[in-house]
Design a protein around this ligand. Structure first.
Ligand code: DGY
Length: 430
């Protein structure tokens, strides 16, 4: 595990940890949470500093942005000038993006607290995380369901997932602002989002900056408005963890209980497809489910949302289904981000097919929650084998395990530390 620690040290700027040394030179929200989780195994004060540093970018209304730039010069695009957040009265003085990311932080703080119950630190960060969750359950609640909406694929953390293509069909950018992509400078274009998707990413930012990031305006006018299974599963789990922290700190839980109750009532009705036995995301603008089979369908297991029967269907009919996710033919590694049966499946392109360690971690945790320990162990071992063979890469080609995207990727290193805490049997030498 020394190599994992050196990747985290190498990407440490002293203020925050870069997700990747060249491709991602600022502080990303959910990357940072996972980085703190990894660091907590080896350097708790540094893990705490990582979280404080992320929270320094919080907006006055509670929004925790997807990226905090920290005034570090870089060639990353979109840069702070492009976002123009200064036109919003809620923007902080630190440069950030104007959108959020999956709310993993409460879960990370709780996991760290369970191992080392440091009351002062939990009490220090609790109000800021509560503020963020309140913002998600209000400023992003389009229908009173307590489910949060996302307004940009980058908020899902799974930028070019094929489930967003349905929404993009109805988004035709009339005019695009001038821009120059930076993401294909260090990573081959064949492993990054296609041009048509990228143009829509930029178009949406242009819409948001014209609306000065006013939450009500965004809900009313964003051309992209989705209730995302992955985002809401992470939020539901994070509310559970925030509640547990509140209890340890002797704080009231009524508000969190209210969110959880409403989410619990609405989650399965909104997302579960009983005929197919999968969770599908929901396009709020068209009022229709998005029938695309991606690994985010397994995220509710991480949150304890499916019934036992639903969990069984997810595992037996899909995760273990040889034509969808299980290993067969050219697929030799767990778990491809998109089912092999989707026509948009691509082995090396970003969220179109490759294996991501973060997705595997969610699934491993979810499987353990439902008692599928053997399968969890198999996926855990495969994740560690991928890292062993190809290094700490951003994602991996499921056919041969070769690495794609950024190298020396921080959350792969952080999750290697986290996954190694569960001893797995040594593989027999062949
Ligand atoms: C990127 O730059 O690719 C990010 O995913 C946007 O936050």
């Amino acid at each position: 595990m020394d190599r994992a620690i050196s990747v985290l040290r190498m990407n440490d700027t002293g203020v925050f940890t870069k997700p990747g040394p060249h491709q991602y030179p600022h502080q990303w929200n959910w990357d940072s949470a996972l980085i703190a989780l990894g660091l907590s195994h080896v350097d708790l004060p540094r893990a705490q500093a990582e979280i404080r540093s992320l929270l320094s970018g919080q907006w006055h209304d509670g929004m925790l942005p997807s990226v905090v730039y920290h005034s570090i010069p870089s060639d990353y695009f979109p840069n702070p000038q492009f976002w123009q957040i200064e036109n919003s009265p809620s923007a902080p003085s630190v440069p950030t993006t104007g959108i959020t990311q999956p709310p993993l932080l409460a879960t990370v703080v709780k996991l760290i607290y369970d191992r080392q119950p440091i009351h002062d630190f939990a009490g220090e960060v609790y109000p800021a995380i509560l503020h963020w969750h309140r913002w998600l359950h209000t400023a992003r609640d389009a229908d009173g369901s307590a489910l949060a909406c996302i307004i940009h694929p980058w908020e899902s953390g799974t930028d070019d997932s094929p489930r967003w293509l349905h929404l993009f069909e109805s988004i035709q950018p009339e005019a695009l602002p001038e821009f120059q992509r930076g993401d294909t400078r260090y990573v081959p274009a064949t492993e990054r989002p296609n041009r048509t998707e990228y143009e829509r990413f930029i178009y949406l930012i242009d819409v948001f900056r014209k609306l000065n990031y006013a939450p009500r305006e965004l809900l009313a006018h964003s051309p992209f408005l989705a209730q995302d299974v992955l985002f809401n599963a992470i939020l539901f789990r994070a509310d559970e963890d925030l509640r547990a922290l509140a209890i340890s700190l002797g704080r009231p839980t009524d508000e969190i209980d209210g969110w959880r109750r409403r989410m619990q009532q609405n989650f399965n009705t909104r997302f579960w497809d009983e005929k197919i036995g999968l969770y599908y995301d929901y396009d709020v603008r068209s009022g229709r489910p998005i029938p695309v089979n991606t690994a985010s369908t397994f995220l509710p297991l991480f949150a304890g949302l499916p019934s036992k029967e639903q969990a069984q269907r997810l595992v037996e009919e899909h995760l273990l289904n040889p034509v969808e996710y299980a290993l067969r033919g050219e697929v030799r590694h767990w778990v491809t981000t998109t089912a092999k049966t989707e026509p948009t499946w691509e082995a090396r392109r970003y969220w179109r097919g490759p294996v991501w360690i973060i997705t595997n971690w969610f699934i491993i945790e979810g499987l353990r929650r439902y008692g599928y320990d053997d399968l969890a162990e198999t996926i855990q071992q495969d994740s560690l084998d991928l890292i062993e063979a190809s290094g700490f890469r951003e994602y991996y080609d499921a056919r041969d395990g070769s690495g794609c995207g950024s190298d020396d990727f921080s959350w792969s290193a952080a999750l290697a530390l986290e996954l190694s805490k569960f001893p797995v049997p040594m593989k027999a030498k062949s």
